[in-house]
Design a protein around this ligand. Sequence first.
Ligand SMILES: Nc1nc2c(ncn2[C@@H]2O[C@H](COP(=O)(O)OP(=O)(O)O)[C@@H](O)[C@H]2O)c(=O)[nH]1
Ligand SMILES: [Mg+2]
Length: 177
Amino acid sequence: MIPDSLQAPLKLVISGPVGAGKTTFVQSLSETPVIATEAEASEDIGKQYTTVAFDFGTLELAGHTIHLYGTPGQDRFDFMWEVLCEGALGLALLVSGQAPQDFLHARNILEFITSRIPVPFIVGVTRQDCENVWSPADVAAYFDLPEEQVVGVNASDPDSARDLLGHLLSLTLSPTA
Ligand SMILES: Nc1nc2c(ncn2[C@@H]2O[C@H](COP(=O)(O)OP(=O)(O)O)[C@@H](O)[C@H]2O)c(=O)[nH]1
Ligand SMILES: [Mg+2]
């Protein structure tokens, strides 16, 4: 039986550096129109628009209503990471498997969040559909994490994105988590 506390929407947060695939991931999964807060990028981050507050989407998964919050990637919005992770059941930290130059930043984001809010997390390595991409196992070694805590994903593929979320959910809802 599912405890009453879990009948309410479950909040999951998607974070990671700019370009990791956060917005794509939320858009792939959401069954309601995504609420996005994009603004023209104030600095050169390789694209014109970037997320300034959050991307919000909802879906049903394994009998739960999930509320998905994608965070901004830039450090100057780091206060939003903490705001969005408050009360979250789990965190997926996305990093592009084609951007090893962003791994350190990704680790810093993870450290920033988990040192303030003890939220269970997994790392998702995006762009697994592309050539010359880091494997989840190699990223696990880089992050010094157990291999089961790092999964590969194609953020633009709804099935792949759902698999990642299912993995996160099973981790956070398991009695040993
Ligand atoms: N092929 C492929 N492209 C991806 C994947 N994830 C993100 N992208 C692309 O990478 C770019 C940046 O993704 P975006 O979701 O805006 O990243 P964000 O800054 O983390 O929100 C977009 O052009 C996406 O289509 C992936 O897993 N596979
Ligand atoms: Mg984005």
